[in-house]
Design a protein around this ligand. Structure first.
Ligand SMILES: [Mg+2]
Length: 250
């Protein structure tokens, strides 16, 4: 049996709109016994909220265990090592972290810092974080995406704040997103072999495929890429274009 890891935003849907042909393509892949993992850097929604969105857009059953987000990486690889954490991010993010029995505390007394996305960034908060990290505090970020696609165009992601901190301190913040090392290790730790990766971003999806040694497909239905698109093994228009290629190779 072959396994695909597909991206969501810009690959299966844009905002609240399913991309043409996606439902039919998923049905065809399932008919051919191809397993699908739903992978995303989106951390502003919990995995179960993402599942609900997929179920309602696709009108198909989706297994919650097949949805892998940076929050799952946090749960699996970080939450057990920490008693408490400071969160730079939304209330939804804080709520999810609390379900993992990690206490959310003030910056000064925290064991570590987690950078997520905020609707409006807070410069003073960022300065305080920089000084804590300078003094040796552990820091993680959910992803390094500078933007993310919506039906209204690209919106600023949490990568902008990550970049401010990294540039100020000349450090590399460990990312729980697809372009980091922990995300692909999830599949290795759990003995899951991913044969094909599909996504719309070279800097996340295609880099992720390289860690996994998987065949990569870049679609043009999502964001504009600033990295070389030829890093992908195949360049396609839409998700549905992978079906004949994947079925043929499985
Ligand atoms: Mg995407």
């Amino acid at each position: 049996m072959k396994t695909i890891a597909t991206d969501l935003d810009g690959t299966l849907f844009k905002g609240e709109t399913l991309i043409d042909g996606v439902r039919e393509a998923i049905l065809e892949l399932r008919e051919n016994n191809i397993e699908i993992y739903f992978t995303t850097n989106n951390s502003s929604q919990s995995p179960s909220e993402i599942r609900e969105k997929l179920v309602s857009l696709l009108n198909l059953e989706i297994d919650i265990n097949k949805i892998i987000t940076p929050l799952i990486i946090f749960k699996d690889q970080i939450s057990k090592k920490l008693n408490n954490i400071y969160i730079y991010g939304s209330d939804e993010l804080k709520k999810y972290i609390e379900t993992l029995n990690v206490k959310i505390v003030n910056l000064s007394i925290s064991d570590a810092i987690l950078i997520g996305r905020k609707e409006i960034n807070n410069e003073i908060e960022i300065k305080n974080i920089i000084s804590q990290v300078q003094n040796g505090k552990q820091i993680y970020c959910l992803n390094k995406d500078l933007t993310y696609p919506t039906e209204y165009g690209e919106q600023p992601g949490n990568g902008a704040v990550v970049k401010i901190i990294e540039d100020e301190l000349s450090i590399n913040i460990q990312s729980l997103g697809k372009s980091g090392e922990m995300y692909p290790s999830y599949f290795k730790i759990n003995n899951i072999t991913i044969n094909f990766v599909i996504g719309d971003r070279v800097d996340t999806d295609i880099i992720f495929s390289k860690y996994l040694n998987a065949t990569s497909f870049l679609v043009s239905s999502g964001v504009d890429n600033y990295l070389d698109k030829s890093l992908a093994d195949y360049q396609l228009t839409n998700f549905s274009d992978i079906v004949p290629l994947v079925v043929e190779n499985s």
